[in-house]
Structures are given as structure tokens and as C-alpha cells.
Design a protein around this ligand. Sequence first.
Ligand code: AMP
Ligand code: MG
Length: 410
Amino acid sequence: MSADKTLAEAQSIVWDAFAPGPVVRRRVHAAMGLVLAQDVLTDIAFPPYDRVAMDGYAVKATDTIGATADSPVVLTVVGASVAGAPFDGQVQPGTAAKVMTGSVLPPGADAVVKVEDTGGYSNESASIHSTVVAGQHIAATGEDLAAGSIVVPAGTHLGVQHVHALLSAGADHVQVYAPPSVTVFATGDELVSPASVPGPGQIRESNSGAAAAWLASLGIDAVVQPAVVDDPIVMRSAFERALRDFDVVILSGGVSMGEKDHVKPVLRELGVDLVFESLQLRPGHPTTFGVHDRGWVFALPGNPVAVVATLVAVFAPGIRRRMGHLTAMPAARYVELGFDARRRGSRPQLLPVSLESAPRPGLSRAFDTRHHGSGDFVSLARAQGFAWLDGAEATFPAGTVVRFYPVADS
Ligand code: AMP
Ligand code: MG
């Protein structure tokens, strides 16, 4: 068996083993949460015309010199420009046009006096109460972006803020990376469905649902399958079908050294190359990653905390690469420990921690969840993520700043 990989090694092995998935065309709002596979250019400038930014009067700025409420300048009103119906005349010296926000600046005008700085709207004459300079209250053609420029670049993780820009650029469909097809199932003779009451020695199967929930947070709709018993024959047929039908197969349990841990031999028999089988990590020491000619296998240890920790910290890079992300991990986050943490044993640890609920400026502080070990999903339910306790020392005094892996990316 190969030597235990470090977390950093495992992350880069997983990232390297994947490639971006196939590109598909989606309607923009259905592409939310996916990664853009093309640069999207705008066919028009933003704004597309000199746009009035205030309700008021369009004027020649030089006509307003010296205007005050006590000594107004009076201009002749020659027309109006409203959104969707531009003024077709010309603003000449001594004249003004009524304008509404969003309308086209009337030809000849070079500034807008807001209506609050006038004697109010009139169809005959405009009483101007303040001086404006050229360009005032006007958004100039192309000041946000020139026609033909990239409005949203390839590699962007599409959010609400991109939808406006894409639609305004005329892109109602876009090319994005398709999420991988993923199936999840648990292995173990002791597992019963969450809907039933466990008998002696039985436990409720919660790993595959939790893995599917994590995938859902990344925009992947995974297929959860019934748990498989610890029998190599049964496993073989279940795994074979899963490897054939899905890009990514996520298994839990059965990867340790026990007599009933058949997952790895069965995967090998099915032609899966086990790229790593153990990590310098707690929880998650027997975490196994496999590749085969049609896809990838994440074989996670059965303990619930190990399942979440390894998905979040070890396997996220593979899913992210497949989905077209440009980095293995979201931007690194750090927290300041609000308690004295102690690593158990010699391996670097991903420790469930809760973050203070009222964040202060600067680093968030992380607190103890009374964690009892990798089977303790109760303490995990108090946590927002994992503090990374790495390095030579076993103790991490309050105030130490450490890397933080959130359970759900944001
Ligand atoms: P294993 O890795 O198969 O030795 O499993 C380790 C421990 O994890 C088991 O003893 C169970 O307590 C727990 N476990 C395994 N599979 C699941 C599962 N699907 N859901 C919840 N807990 C599990
Ligand atoms: Mg087991």
C-alpha cells in the first residue's frame, strides 16, 4: 500500500485526475450556480445612449450659470423625453426639455437639472434654481462598458449578479459546464433506512443523504441508492452498475482493515485504479480515491464526520474541476480559535467548530463543539465547518489563526 498522502497532496491528486465536464447550452436563469464556459460579449454599449439619470430638465449647462432659487434662470420648455419615447427636437440655448430618469438625453442638451432644483414641471417655462456643469446627471454612452467587450468572462461561477449583465448583453442562453452525474450509496450490514427504528446493533443510514445534500449545495442532483450489505457478490453487481451509469460514484463504509471491509478489493476487481488509500488525516485516514476508464470513485470511511470532512476538504477539488471552476478550492478562509484546541493523536485533524454568531470586523472566532470523535455527528450539527489543526504541535491555544473549511461553500 502506498504511503499516507497529506491533505494538500490529496487535493492536488484529485484536482489533477478530473477534467472540466462537457459544455452544454442553458437558459441563463437555469445556469445559476454553474460555471460559464465562454466569454460573453455585449453587442451593445452600456448604457446604449446618453441616459438621463434624474427626473428634471435637460439643458445647456452654460445657460444655468448663476442660477439660484432667489434669482432663477427661466428657460423655454420645448418638449419632453420619457423612457421609451425620446424627444425628437433640439435643445437650443435658452431652452430646456422635460426629462424622466432612464430617457434619452435630448440632442443639444449637455446636462440635467433635477426637478427639485427647479420651480417644478411646466409645459411652458422652466425656472432653474441651481447651476449645473456639463455631464451632470447624465450616464454617458458606453461609460459602463463599450460594445463588443466581455461582460462576463469564461470561468465565472454564475450568480444572481451575472444574470442582469448576461440578459442585457443579449445572451438569454449561455454555454456552461454540465454538472457530473453522481450516485451515492452506503455499505454496511448494520445500516437501516432512516425511516425505521434501528434494532440491536443497527444504525440509521445517514451518510448517503448527507453526501447528496452536500452535492446539492454545489448544484448537483445526485441519485441516492439503497445501502449495500457487506457481501462482495452483492457489492460487485451494485458497483458495476454504478460505475457504468454515473460519472462519479460515492461510497461510504467498508474501506478500513476489518474482515467485512470489502469495498477496495471489489473496486479493484472491477478495474478501478485506487490512486490513494490512506491520508494523514483525522477523521478520514482510510479515505480512498479511485479512477477508471469512465469515471471516478470516492470511497469514504463510514464514520459520519469523516464523510463530511473528506467531501469538503479532499474531494471538493474534483467536483469543482468537473464543474469548470478555475481553482481547486474556494478562496481560503481563516478563523481565530476562541478556545484551547488539542489535536487527538499524531495526524493533522479537521475539527468541527462553530463560528460566533455575531461576527465582528476581521476574523471570525471558532468555538468548541464538544466533539467526541469521527462518529459524533451531534457535535458536527453544532458546527459550521472544520478547523484545520496541522503542524508539529498538538496544542493550539486560543488566539491561534487556522484554516477553516466550511461545510457548505459560499
Ligand atoms: P466502516 O467504515 O464501514 O467501518 O464504518 C464505520 C462506522 O461508521 C460504522 O460502525 C457506523 O457506525 C458508521 N457508519 C457506517 N456507514 C454509515 C452510514 N451510511 N450512515 C451512518 N453511519 C455509518
Ligand atoms: Mg462497515
